[in-house]
Design a binder for this molecule. Structure first.
Ligand code: NAG
Length: 300
């Protein structure tokens, strides 16, 4: 509802094949209806490439509000890239009216908490087991509400994902609802009024999986300079969060390059595991950059 109408009108609907318990058909968007425990009714769509790698990776690609798994399958570049690089794409489908993701409830903001993040994590686990996936190549990306969920998954399931790319989202926990409402919109966050320190943002993310000491995903954050839906302040706040979590000093960036990757844009590094891309003149949302994504995920 709050997205560029182009995002919805530009998308042609495709009919996914409902396959039940049969194996997904390679080269076709397939609906997996049974994948073990699904605490929420999020739908599970999968694209297994015809040219699957012997030990494939996974890209989890998460749609925006008003979107759908089928819509994001068409909108994003990952199905074509999966044929080139041999990875599997998982397209979760929001179970909520308005098709946003629940990034506000206590359930979704905790590891094993029973929210949408948990359901998506279970899709990833099912796929890892079924396709002998290389667990060093499991990734997540998404746009807008899907980018919010990307940040939430990076905080709640750091054990599953090696890298993440958030296109125009907010920090994990920024939409957290005071009443733990499911799938709630949070205007304070969306409008850029939730401003905190790297230490506090980091605490919020770490509290989503208490006691976890293992590896954490490399984070890449995109945001449009003139985003009117999710204030660009959320770019700074997301960078603070992941700088804190990944152990970088937010006040000391390693390197910043202008006109990268586009004229007027700025790419900022806080060391090898955190990168921000500020897209000058771009609103909501930044279009997925497939080839650059392949480099961040290490396929290219
Ligand atoms: C919006 O999110 C912030 C945390 O970022 C929280 O403090 C606030 O209570 C939330 N607002 C509502 C109405 O839930």
């Amino acid at each position: 509802m709050r997205l560029l109408s182009c995002l919805t009108t530009c998308i042609a609907a495709v009919t996914a094949v409902t396959i039940g318990k049969r194996a997904p058909t390679p080269g076709t968007l397939s609906h997996v209806t049974s994948f073990g425990n699904a605490p929420t009714n999020a739908g599970f769509y999968i694209y297994v490439p015809k040219n699957i790698a012997s030990s494939p990776g996974i890209v989890t690609a998460i749609h925006f509000c008003t979107g759908s798994a089928e819509g994001y399958y068409n909108y994003s570049p990952y199905k074509d890239l999966s044929e080139t690089y041999g990875f599997i794409v998982i397209y979760p489908n929001s179970p909520h009216q308005g098709s946003c993701w629940d990034v506000s409830s206590k359930e979704t903001l905790s590891h094993g908490g029973g929210g949408d993040s948990n359901t998506i994590a279970n899709m990833v686990k099912w796929t890892i087991n079924k396709y002998k996936v290389d667990t060093n190549k499991v990734f997540v990306t998404g746009t807008s509400s899907g980018a919010m969920m990307t940040n939430v998954l990076a905080a709640t399931y750091p054990n599953l994902f090696r890298a993440a790319i958030a296109y125009s989202g907010v920090p994990a926990g920024c939409f957290s609802s005071s009443t733990s409402s499911i799938d709630a919109w949070n205007s304070s966050c969306a409008d850029g009024h939730v401003i905190s320190t790297p230490a506090r943002w980091s605490q919020i993310a770490l509290a989503m999986y208490p006691g976890y000491k293992g590896a954490r995903p490399r984070m890449q954050i995109y945001h449009g300079e003139i985003d009117k839906t999710l204030s660009v302040q959320n770019y700074q706040e997301s960078m603070k969060q992941w700088a804190g979590v990944l152990g970088y000093d937010y006040t000391k960036l390693e390197k910043s390059t202008t006109d990268d990757p586009e004229r007027g844009w700025t790419r900022t590094h806080f060391g090898g595991n955190l990168e921000g891309i500020w897209a000058k003149g771009v609103g909501h949302s930044v279009i997925c950059r497939g080839d650059d994504d392949m480099r961040w995920f290490g396929f290219k």
